[in-house]
Ligand binder design. Structure first.
Ligand code: PRP
Ligand code: ZN
Ligand code: MG
Length: 210
């Protein structure tokens, strides 16, 4: 049987739980921090360790057959992929946040303001739905320091524990999108036998957790 490739996050919020899920499915593999690819010894699967932001496109284009990634990243990249399974971990909320001392009160107050984010696509849609014109400043990381540097009036970023907001003097302002880890596949290959076998194992692991 020729093997499939699964893409998971190399480091970050979803890495550890993704590895744990695959191990709980009975898969044996080395989890080297330095190696970006690992072969499962007892199942026809190779694991690619990637930046989460690259996973949706890699799966859409078939460079990886399946992947585990946050719904936030899937929505932002606007890919066309198949949702195999919601995984119940990595739950978080994409939120707009403002400095603790900010006087902004409701969405309309964002009119004419600048918002820093790594999620310009999702934020743009949200602002359009709320009929607000604001300037979106796209930055790829450390978004939370942007208001303190005078670069923006607000931010839009992932909040999990809330620790990052707090330590940067920010408070939640509005919820934009709820997210969790999703198992995705390239469109049209969801009936592949190896994927079905893996899905059965994943579903048993998820059921045992309930
Ligand atoms: C998010 C976000 C914050 C952090 C918030 O990053 O960008 O940095 O998590 O978590 P907290 O509320 O628990 O402090 P993410 O893990 O999505 O990684 P990435 O943006 O670097 O891909
Ligand atoms: Zn990322
Ligand atoms: Mg981040």
């Amino acid at each position: 049987m020729s093997s499939l490739k699964i893409a998971i996050q190399k480091s970050g919020r979803l890495n550890e739980k993704s590895v744990e899920l695959l191990k709980n499915c009975g898969l044996t593999f080395e989890n080297y921090k330095s190696s970006l690819i690992s072969t499962v010894s007892n199942f026809p699967l190779e694991i690619l360790f990637l930046r989460d932001d690259d996973i949706p496109e890699y799966v859409q284009d078939g460079i990886a057959d399946i992947g585990i990634v946050g719904e936030n990243v899937i929505n932002e990249t606007e890919v066309d992929v198949h949702y195999l399974q919601r995984l119940g971990f990595g739950k978080c909320m994409l939120k707009i946040a403002v400095p603790n001392e900010s006087e902004l009160k409701n969405i309309k107050d964002l009119e004419g303001k600048a918002i820093a984010t790594s999620y310009p696509v999702i934020l743009k849609k949200y602002l359009q739905e709320n009929q607000v014109n604001a300037t979106i400043r796209t930055i790829s990381g450390s978004v939370e320091i942007s208001p303190g540097l005078g670069l923006s009036d607000a931010i839009c970023d992932i909040v999990s524990t809330g620790g990052t907001l707090k330590s940067n003097g920010l408070k939640p302002f509005a919820d934009v999108l709820a997210s969790e880890a999703i198992l995705i596949s390239k469109n049209g290959i969801e009936h592949n036998g190896i994927i079905k076998e893996l899905m059965q194992r994943i579903q048993s692991v998820l059921m045992a957790k309930e």
